[in-house]
Design a protein around this ligand. Structure first.
Ligand SMILES: C[S@@+](CC[C@H](N)C(=O)[O-])C[C@H]1O[C@@H](n2cnc3c(N)ncnc32)[C@H](O)[C@@H]1O
Length: 214
């Protein structure tokens, strides 16, 4: 599993606990990246379920397809979130750190809503980048390289705009100090210098859970 998955793992588990994803469920991980979430979902849905690991970048599809040899329930697909078309409707469409980088988050959420069955779930976990801290100082992130650094705060509006009912929201932030995964992650992702006494608060992920009308 990747470092991002390790440091943000708790918030993924919280989300999946809340929606009570059953064995045999069909899911889509949109903007799957290295597939950390897809493979976690694969554990939850088991061999009778299916996980579509979707990314706009064909290189990502190839990397996930290689890893998916051990998980026959994972199907890697190259598609854009804004124009999703799957062979079957899914019980859950999930994204993490996707909307922060797309051109139009509303189109991506609408695309996710389209592939979910009536009564199914849409879950988004996206950052509030400006809330990160190193000690008392705001995290220095090159926000010009990120299209929507605080898109987490827009999730409720985006989901309602797509006709979804938002049923839960919360935020969780990984936090660490010294030689922790959190500090290594920050140093890998930014040029931040962390003193030994500094507590690092990574950007919280705002999680929104929504339901499509049945
Ligand atoms: C920051 S990574 C996040 C990966 C993973 N969800 C995670 O949390 O570790 C964002 C991923 O979204 C993909 N992506 C960007 N725009 C996209 C779009 N419009 N449709 C689908 N995937 C997209 C990128 O190729 C990249 O792999």
């Amino acid at each position: 599993m990747g470092l991002r998955d390790d440091v943000y793992r708790r918030s993924l588990k919280t989300a999946l606990d809340r929606i009570d994803l059953l064995a045999g469920s069909k899911c889509a991980d949109v903007g799957a990246g290295a597939g950390d979430i897809s493979f976690e979902l694969a554990h939850w849905v088991g061999e009778t379920g299916r996980v579509y690991a979707i990314d706009i970048d064909p290189m990502r599809r190839n990397a996930i397809a290689d890893k998916a040899a051990k998980f026959t329930q994972v199907v890697a697909i190259t598609q854009a979130a804004e124009e999703l078309a799957l062979p079957e409707p899914v019980d859950l469409a999930f994204c993490r750190f996707l909307l922060v980088g797309v051109v139009d988050p509303a189109l991506a959420i609408a695309g996710m809503a389209k592939i979910v069955k009536p009564g199914g779930w849409i879950v988004a976990q996206e950052p509030v980048t400006s809330s990160g801290r190193v000690g008392h100082h705001p995290l220095k992130v090159d926000t010009e390289a990120i299209r929507h650094p605080d898109v987490g705060l827009d999730l409720v509006a985006l989901m309602r705009g797509a006709g979804l009912e938002v049923v839960d929201t919360w935020a969780e932030a990984p936090c660490g100090f010294g030689e922790s995964d959190v500090v290594s992650y920050l140093e890998q992702m930014t040029e931040a210098e962390v003193d030994d006494g500094d507590t690092v608060l990574l950007p919280p992920l705002l999680c929104a859970v929504a339901k499509k009308a049945g």
